[in-house]
Design a protein around this ligand. Structure first.
Ligand SMILES: [Zn+2]
Length: 336
């Protein structure tokens, strides 16, 4: 019987390679669990509510806390302590990297979506990204339902704001105040508004299926078993309420801080250097005009208002994003 001896995480770590056959199990209350492929589990109640929810984690294999959090929710559904009342798709993303304890094997998997996996030489991570997309596409095929996708991560570096979420570019759709407050209820009170298409997983679900989708950063990376799970309790509890179709925690909007993504700095030259330390914390603010990086001959500077840095990484491949900068913004008529 599925999950009789090993839970989702243990089974995935023991068998990270693709599975040939789906495997399923029905719980006493009629909830059907289908292990579609390794680390990809659909949970469908007999009479689901109005929402289709995707929870993904481990797209970066060493980001263990969200993996443990999601696995914990699945175990609660299995032992009956959490009633699943919505359609739910759980994905542990980069399974081989999870086994190896690395962010990725050859790839940054969170740059392989919206078809980017089809570019260049094929490899296992590109095949996996395509498989993740394919199962999300199949999961979101029923029209007229609410769609959510929370892609859960932890960051490599310290952050002056421990938890934050990137809200993917959604042209023609207002930013959702309800979603910003929902995330505050997860303990995620800093939101970054993205203003350009990208190849992240959350943008894929937002753009192709109109889902309310976010890349959610829940804190700093630690190995399996070394996470202080109390730091994730608000998130776990809110996701459990969402899954169980129970009333959600919506803190006042004033608790959230919203930033606009200002610069997306792609690396163009091998000689790329930041002017700040390698371990500079996310959300460190720099004054107008400050030199942030040298990209070959090109200087990357702060514009006319102070900007804060996010995700600096000088070691990315040429053409990939080395840095984001953000500026605080107001909740205005772009929000609804
Ligand atoms: Zn990540």
């Amino acid at each position: 019987m599925l999950f009789e001896h090993q839970d989702l995480l243990a089974l995935t770590l023991a068998h990270p390679q693709p599975r040939r056959q789906p495997q399923s199990r029905t719980l006493a209350d009629g909830t059907r669990l289908t292990l579609i492929d390794t680390g990809i589990l659909a949970i469908e109640p007999a009479r689901p509510g109005d929402s289709d929810i995707v929870l993904s984690c481990g797209v970066h294999g060493n980001e263990t806390a969200p993996i443990e959090l999601v696995n914990d929710l699945v175990n609660a559904i299995l032992d009956g302590s959490l009633k699943c009342r919505q359609r739910l798709l759980v994905q542990l993303g980069n399974t081989q990297a999870m086994v190896d304890g690395t962010r990725g094997i050859l790839e940054n998997m969170n740059r392989l979506f919206s078809g980017a996996h089809a570019q260049g030489e094929p490899n296992d991570e590109k095949r996996r990204a395509a498989r993740l997309e394919q199962t999300v596409r199949a999961f979101f095929q029923q029209p007229g339902r609410k769609r959510f996708h929370y892609d859960l991560h932890t960051a490599i570096r310290d952050s002056q704001r421990e938890k934050f979420a990137v809200y993917p570019y959604r042209p023609g759709r207002p930013w959702s105040i309800e979603q910003i407050r929902f995330l505050a209820g997860c303990g995620v009170k800093t939101i970054l508004l993205s203003h350009s298409p990208t190849t992240t997983y959350s943008y894929f679900s937002s753009n192709e299926f109109g889902a309310d989708a976010f890349t959610v950063e829940l804190g700093k990376v630690y190995p399996f078993g070394h996470n202080d799970m109390s730091r994730f309790e608000a998130c776990r509890a809110q996701l459990a309420r969402l899954i169980a179709a129970e009333p959600l925690d919506y803190p006042p909007l004033a608790q959230s801080v919203v930033y606009d993504v200002c610069q997306v700095v792609n690396k163009h030259h091998e000689e790329f250097q930041f002017t700040f330390a390698d371990d500079q914390a996310n959300f460190t603010e720099f004054a107008p005009g400050h030199l942030l990086a040298n990209d070959g001959e090109r200087e990357v500077r702060v514009g006319e208002v102070a900007e804060s840095i996010i995700f600096p990484n000088a070691n990315v491949a040429i053409g990939q994003r080395a840095l984001l900068t953000v500026v605080p913004t107001e909740i205005d008529d772009r929000f609804e």
